[in-house]
Design a protein around this ligand. Sequence first.
Ligand SMILES: Nc1ncnc2c1ncn2[C@@H]1O[C@H](COP(=O)(O)OP(=O)(O)OP(=O)(O)O)[C@@H](O)[C@H]1O
Length: 237
Amino acid sequence: MPAATKGLLEVAGLTAGYGETLILEGVGFTVPPGGRLALLGRNGVGKTTTLATLVGQTTRRAGSIRLDGTELTGMTASSRALAGLGYVPQTRDVFRSLTVEENLVTGLKGRPRSALEEAYGLFPRLGERRRNGGGELSGGEQQMLSVARALLGQPSVLLLDEPLEGLAPVICDQLMAALSRLSMTIILVEQQVDRALDFAERIVFLDRGRVVHDGPAAAARDDQALLERHLGVALAG
Ligand SMILES: Nc1ncnc2c1ncn2[C@@H]1O[C@H](COP(=O)(O)OP(=O)(O)OP(=O)(O)O)[C@@H](O)[C@H]1O
């Protein structure tokens, strides 16, 4: 896998919310090209809101989001996608009435149909199910489809919101293995902290809409006090 040269994401002073309601206050972090950041914290601290703000789906009051030096905050959500942000929301953006292949085609963004083979290469199961309806898929298959569709847009930064939610452990293993082979910048929001710490190089903890810790994932793994303070749980073993 070639080292990523694009995908430097610099977020600074991000203050945002929904209408009048402020959720994020001064959130900032930097992810280098090809870097992997896990965004962690208790329920309701603003992880989803952070990703939604990056892609332009909230009300931003202040702060900047720079992708490879280009300021994204003035752009619409679709322009941000074209600029290189790929987003896999917690809701798994699958069109239930379309087939797997038709779902993937919506992610091609002008690329030739032959690019679909990339998706089937990453997730062979989707190839087997290409003529099945989106609504017929298992949770794991839907998640694969949602990720694969985002990847077809060739994002330089991929934002993943709790991709493992509700999936069986063996499916989680398969999905994380596939994600580990990707070379672009990735921000992962995940409740399964042990898996997130294995995947990411860096972690950011949020608490009540603010960054309360930013450091290497490896150090956090051995720091039970840190994990307990920000998550209220300790890792087993
Ligand atoms: N569309 C919305 N309108 C108003 N408030 C919202 C909206 N979505 C989320 N919130 C509120 O914003 C806060 C942060 O929610 P968010 O989903 O970003 O947290 P989270 O860290 O991702 O939590 P979880 O792990 O539960 O998904 C919560 O208080 C939530 O109730």
